[in-house]
Structures are given as C-alpha cells and as structure tokens.
Design a protein around this ligand. Structure first.
Ligand code: UD1
Ligand code: UDP
Length: 370
C-alpha cells in the first residue's frame, strides 16, 4: 500500500483531517505526524477523541514560539521523521506554521506534497497565514482547492495540478451536526437557543495590541446581549499579560469547547462575531449571520453573497449591522462543494499513485467535473 504522511498541528487541522483520514485509509497506509503546535488538552487531544482521529504515530512536540523558532524547529524534526518513514506523499492542511514547515521539509526531500485548502488568498501579506499559503502552494504538486475563487487565484499565479474538490470543513460540519444533537452545552451554560451571540477572537491583529483587544471587548460588552466567548489560549494569555480585567456582565468567557459543542453553539446562536477563518464559514453552513472582525477575508464568496460583514477596525459599525441583520435574506448556495471533498481527495490521490491511471493523464475538465 502506498504511504501518506499527514502533517497536522493546530486545532482547525484536526477538524479538517478527521474526514480525510477516514477516506484515505481505505487505499493508503496513513502515518500522522503531530507537530505539537497546539498542545493543551482542549486544543488538541479532545479533537482526536471526539472525532475518532487515529492516534498520531509521531508527536514531535514543538510547542509555542516566535515564527522563526517554531517553524525552524518543525523543519528540523519533520525532516528527520520523513527520512525515517519514507512516505510516497505528504499531506498538509490550511495555512499554519505546521503546514508550511511540513510542505518545505517534504519538497526538499523530493516527496510530492498535497495541499488541502490550496489557493486561498487574503492579499494581506502581514498575516502570517498568507505567507504560509503562498509558500505551501508554490511547493505543492497537488493543489486541492475548496472554492472556484481558490482555483482562480492558483491559475492567476500560474500553478498546475489544481483540483476543485470543495471544502473538507463542510464534510466535517455535515457529518458532526447530526451527532451534535446530543450535547447539553446550552443547559450547562444556562442559555436558550437564539438568545445569545457566539464569538471567537484569536488573530494577532486583534489580540497582540492592548488597545485593540480592550476596545474590541468593550464594544462586545456594550452590545448589551448575552455573548458566549470560548477563549483561545493566545487571547487568554494576552488578557493576562495586559492585565485586562475580565469582570464583564454580558461577555461570558469560557474555555475552548469541543468541536461538537462548538457547532451546536453555532447552529443555535442568533449571530456569530469572529475573526476565525473556520468559524466564518461555519456561520454560512449553519445559516447564522456573521460579523467578521477583520478588514478582509480569503473566503470572499461569503462577503459577495452578503453573508459575512467585514468590520475591520471600525467597531462602531457592529450595532448598526446588527440592527439591519433581520433584513438579510437567507441564501445558502452550495459555495463549498457537496460535502464529499474528502472522498474526492482520496480518489485523486489514489489515481495519482496508481500506475494504470496516473492523475496527470486526466484532463483538467475531467478533474474539475468530478
Ligand atoms: C495558529 C495559526 C493560525 C490559526 C490558529 C488556529 C500560525 C502562524 N497561526 O495561531 O493560523 O488560525 O492557530 O487556532 O500557525 N497556546 C497555548 N496552548 C496551546 C496553543 C497555543 O497556550 O495549546 C498559546 C501560546 O501562548 C502561544 C499562543 O497561544 O504562544 C499562540 O499559539 P500559536 O500556535 O503560535 O498561534 P495561534 O494564535 O494559535
Ligand atoms: N472551534 C472549536 N472550539 C472552540 C473554538 C473553535 O472546536 O472553542 C472550532 C471551530 O468550530 C472551527 C475551528 O475550531 O471548526 C476553527 O479554528 P480556529 O478558529 O482556531 O482557526 P482558524 O479557522 O481561524 O484557522
């Protein structure tokens, strides 16, 4: 059986890898390398248990650090691990430092790289994720794009090896929404459906500056609505470092929740306010309006369809947007595929490693029409 090494390390990658892993294991031997970028129980282990992700074969335990240190240490350890396991393909997800380090380590060993969630661009090179995306796409042989916009971005940059498959997060969302019916998270938080706003904040531009973070939290508090805020460890640590008091009346800071609890909270909220890439898409999957605490997004179709409202630094816009939200017509066009992106990825990878029908022999239209 051909061997795939999957490299993951951060919360959204565990969620993305769950459905793909199930599919690729039908045809491949999969070896999971966990970089250890996220390591708290509720940022890592909890996802493996809840989503039945196979235990990582290697956890190289890199942990936190500045970009250079973290990425450099990952490169060193991933290279050693790849030399040991000798995979036929390396699979990486999304846009974190674990993604870029995995892709770079593999390509330098001449191992073909497959990038899931390829082609996304915010066109803001100050975001560390944008650099990670550009570098990863540049060195990847198989570019699995979630949206037509991502395909266009890759074509504009002159890439080949592009496969429009849809979004694996949509696969995860559909599959787990069924299971989420059993959670008691609303009861535990003493909240009722459609009676709260759900928020997440973790981007450096919103957390790493004292004024920005405290203004943001004050704006949310001043909305005078119940706001549930599962707090990312980065944000929690910044609040502590800045000495920001967390005695809010409306803002309920809770520990990160599990994925199934999170999608239950999303599905039952009246509004989502976030700077997360994954959560803004899930607002669309759930049919819940969304305000994004950024000036731009790589998921542009959400904005074009009037779903996501970008506020950037203009926090005064939030109450106005909320007041007009009831006017929004709920359109849910299938922007992110049909819920079987994972199956398509497994199919293409399988084709690529089969001598009978190498992936390269399929025409681009055959590839995209699947
Ligand atoms: C990373 C990704 C980001 C992604 C996010 C998902 C990069 C550059 N950024 O951001 O693209 O959206 O993950 O959540 O790869 N920490 C803990 N415990 C943990 C993990 C982190 O306490 O288990 C704290 C540490 O103080 C650490 C900080 O969070 O320094 C930031 O963690 P890091 O992984 O560097 O970046 P994220 O902000 O999580
Ligand atoms: N998520 C979760 N628990 C939480 C917060 C988020 O399971 O407490 C999930 C969320 O549903 C989404 C993913 O984590 O699937 C998004 O990850 P994150 O916001 O950390 O990263 P991003 O998507 O911005 O890269």
């Amino acid at each position: 059986m051909p061997k795939i090494a999957t490299i993951i390390g951060a919360r959204p990658q565990f969620i993305k890898c769950a459905p793909v892993s199930k599919e690729i294991r039908k045809e491949f031997e999969e070896i999971i390398i966990h970089t250890g970028q996220h390591y708290d129980q509720n940022m890592s282990r909890a996802f493996f248990e809840e989503l039945d992700i196979p235990e990582p074969d290697f956890n190289i335990g890199i942990g936190s650090g500045n970009h250079g240190l973290q990425t450099g240490k990952m490169l060193l350890e991933i290279e050693k691990t790849l030399l040991y396991i000798k995979p036929d393909i390396v699979l990486v997800y999304g846009d974190t430092n674990s993604t870029m380090a995995g892709a770079l380590a593999a390509v330098k060993l001449h191992i073909p790289v497959a990038h899931i969630e390829a082609g996304l661009r915010s066109f803001n090179r100050k975001m560390p994720e944008e650099i990670n995306r550009i570098v990863t796409d540049l060195v990847s042989k198989y570019l699995f794009a979630p949206t037509q916009t991502a395909v266009n971005n890759l074509q504009n940059e002159g890439h080949s090896g592009i496969y429009l498959v849809g979004d694996v997060m949509y696969d995860s969302f559909l599959y787990n929404t069924k299971k989420a019916k059993n959670t008691d998270i609303l009861k535990r938080l003493h909240i009722k459906p459609k009676n709260y706003i759900l928020t997440t904040i973790h981007r450096p531009q919103n957390t790493d500056d004292f004024q920005q973070l405290s203004d943001l939290l004050s704006s949310l508090e001043n909305l005078n609505r119940t706001i549930i805020f599962p707090i990312h460890p980065r944000t929690k640590n910044k609040l502590k470092d800045f000495g920001i008091q967390i005695d809010y009346k409306n803002l309920y800071l809770i520990e990160p929740v599990t994925y199934i609890e999170m999608i239950y909270l999303e599905n039952n909220s009246e509004l989502i306010i976030t700077d997360s890439g994954g959560v803004q898409k899930e607002s669309y999957f759930a049919g819940i309006p969304c305000i994004v605490l950024r000036g731009e997004t790589e998921w542009v179709e959400l904005v074009e369809n009037g779903w996501v409202h970008l506020v950037g630094n203009d926090l005064d816009k939030i109450p106005e947007i909320i007041a007009n939200l009831l006017e929004i017509e709920k359109i849910t066009k299938p922007l992110f595929g049909d819920g079987n992106a994972s199956g398509k990825i497994a199919y293409y990878l399988c084709e690529s490693s089969s001598e009978r029908s190498p992936l390269g022999n399929l025409s681009q239209s055959q590839k995209l029409s699947l």
